[in-house]
Design a protein around this ligand. Sequence first.
Ligand code: HEM
Length: 478
Amino acid sequence: KLPPGPPGLPIVGNLLEIPTKQMFLKFDEWAKKYGDLYTVNVAGKKIVVLSSAKSSGDVLDRKSGATSGRPRFVMAGEIMCHNLLYMFMSPGEQWRRLRRVTHEGFNIRACQAYYPFQEQEAANLVRSIMAEPTDLGQKLKHATAAATWRSLYSGPSLTEEDEAKVCGIDNVGETVLGASMPMAFLVDVIPAMKMLPNWMAGWKAWGEEWFRESGRFFHGLLDDGKQQKKGVEHHVGFIASTAPSFKKFGVTEQEAAWTAGGLFIAGVETSGATLHYFIQAMVLNPEVCRAAQKHVDSVVGNRPPTFDDRDQLPYVVAVVKETIRWRPVAALGVPHVADEDLEYRGYVIPKGTQIIGNIWSIAHDPAYFPYPEQFQPSRFIDSSGNIKEPFPNYHDDIVAFGAGRRVCPGRDFANNMLFIDMAYLLWAFDFELARNEMGTSMPDTMKFDDHGLIILPVEFPCVVKPRRNDLGELLGDM
Ligand code: HEM
């Protein structure tokens, strides 16, 4: 009674057809062939794939009470994090408490407290590119890391010691997200291997040591966050401002330390990679870049942009939306699991079945986004110049942040950061294709650096030139 899908082979099903890298492209190909609701069989394990705003909205949003489970992440979630990262948790009482406490610190109103951190780090990003316009991917990631760090732990600014911690936490993130990749560790294929004693399973001893070290690190950060009550002006970060809620929701020290660390891990690479795709889009679409720059100049002139300008900058908001539609970095989201048997369109999705919201295919659905590979921010603007909703009947417009009860809790924070960083970059720089002796060198936009849950652009050559002579002065002491 499951929806039909690619036929596959006996026993292994579709296993051998699924590439370990850029899996989303195979899922997109199948969506074109089998439609917006199909089942994949991975060696007997069934995965239902939802590839339209309608099917994802129906199943993950409207039936979210029954579709918010997570599969087991044995290595990443259980061994390395002792079930303390709620991204990997089943939706029980603990997950609800930790989501609630996150909501206190990251809801749309609370996120305003982080504007000064995000504005200052956007200015620092411009400074760092001005000083050396190379290695953009790393600089963009550093900018999102610094703004997220300060918003979580309320640092007035990053000291050298903090910089070392930012890198440390970033490495922690890369390691655990890497371990969550399907088939990164055999124990995720054969969970019984978890019972092996450490002396027989070096990977398990390593995972447990990683847990102890990361725990110490996260606890240290929590203590710093509690002490630094003041950030920029009177603004404080998540830890300091949410501390009373930790008590209210019965969140332990250990849970608080891992929740803050988990927010950092989930937020930095996603946002940094999105900014990198934005630059790729600007390089490849100079007319869009010029239109956006004209728009920014007409509103802010020679001073740097601020969040107060956002209402007058709908085209920049549309550029943010188009970037995360064009290149949704979590192309297949994070898998959900049916917590009970579900009926949908005459099929039955049994309890325990994995469900994937195929974000890439939804964001590239030509029914909603004609010529989906083209980068056209104007598709998010209505005839009166206001922002418009692409799926008014089915789904939240920002599919890139997932769906239902598991929808990304950092989406408002991320949208703010993307807006201010893009506004600053448009205000400050021109972006051009790099030239070599053969002419200009075009980046291959369908090549990705696959980090498991996240796809990054492959570094591409590009020339960045300041648009204003006195840029450093204009930034002042921001
Ligand atoms: C462009 C930036 C971002 C993108 C595209 C993104 C995307 C996503 C997606 C697709 C999911 C899975 C949702 C689902 O299961 O349906 C997710 C979950 C999550 N995101 Fe984000 N995210 C971004 C930034 C952030 C930021 C800045 C934070 C924190 C400050 C954050 C924290 C989280 C957490 C904690 C989860 C797990 C939620 C749960 O399992 O209950 N994300 N994100």
